[in-house]
Design a protein around this ligand. Sequence first.
Ligand code: AMP
Ligand code: MG
Length: 398
Amino acid sequence: MLTYADALKIVQETVSTLPLQTLPLPNAAGQVLASPVRARWDMPRWDNSAMDGFATSSQDLSSSASLEVVGSSFAGHPYDAVLPPGKAIQITTGAPLPEGADTVIPIEDCSENSGILTWSTPVKAKQHVRYRGEEYRADEVLLDTGTALHAGAIGLLASAGVSEVQVHPRPRVAVFSTGDELVELGQEPGPGQIVNSNLQYLCARLSECGCVVIPLGIGEDRREDLDQMIDQAKSADLLLSTGGVSVGEKDLVQQTLEQHDFERKFWKVAIKPGKPVLFGLLNGKPCFGLPGNPAATAATFELFVLPALRRLAGLQLEHKKIIATLQHQIKGGNKRQAFLWASCKWQDHGYQVEVPQRQASGQIRSVQGANALLSVPIGSPDLAAGDRVEIIPLHAPS
Ligand code: AMP
Ligand code: MG
């Protein structure tokens, strides 16, 4: 059977990157920059006041104890003349400092009477001035390729007049679940029925990963129903289904896909959980049939779908692999590479990893709270506390 490493390589070789997008800055929040962004101007754009108060020249302060106030520079309403020697103007925070002024006396430290300004505390030359370009310079690279556009980045780029950015695209992912036993969340399951938790899981995880999710609901275990689902999914960049890919009589996903323009790349990988995972191209677009057992759905998402999404988005493909120290004994490997839901933390200068005892592919509980998948290689002996193991951290790609 295909190993995980070989299967992942097939995913890498099969999925190609979507075109980069140019978006208005507000629409790009949360996305990742695909090219560096430069400032359009100096910031601040001019020398300006950091306080509300009075602006004057530092040279006049030593020679006189009072100054005549001859005008004002308010934010948005600059004083558009040269400040004459021996004079002051009223100024507000952010307002341009006129030529001839280099110092601001805060309003709290002075008083003005009939146009004459006096001050109560010593004034340092050039105090409370924000200089042109002290934050960044015109044409300076403000953010590099690969930066995630969080709120701080959006604010920074907006300040620099950047109204459009080139970003890695958000893949549009269609998802459906299959199974006659499934009911949607909110419906009370009858005898023999269960809630379609996989769809909820995948939609949540896809959103965390920055995808545009197209949930298609439940397909019954009938060709005609699955046909419809597949047709609806064709407009997406990637198709995901859960359930119906194993060898049971009602596992009809693969057979149905074959009636469409489906090119199978692999089916079944030597992993546990998730062995029956199916991968191919549907109308040239990546298509995954994930197994229905909830922990298998979740594991195969991390192991195969996430790398495919990264490739679609043009982001780095490899999982980060981390070596951690096992905290307790676990069973060794068999003929399949095992991936265990694990909890990993940084402690005593290294990563320490623990695995909840009860894990089964049919149980979603161990997925909750896990922040890593621990890999147990094929044929590995039992592992003991203190052994060094390989883990894949789980987080949204950036
Ligand atoms: P299957 O892969 O269709 O053979 O399903 C394997 C197991 O996963 C069965 O116990 C199913 O009831 C369960 N299962 C399948 N689909 C879902 C789903 N969408 N949500 C929760 N459990 C599911
Ligand atoms: Mg089924």
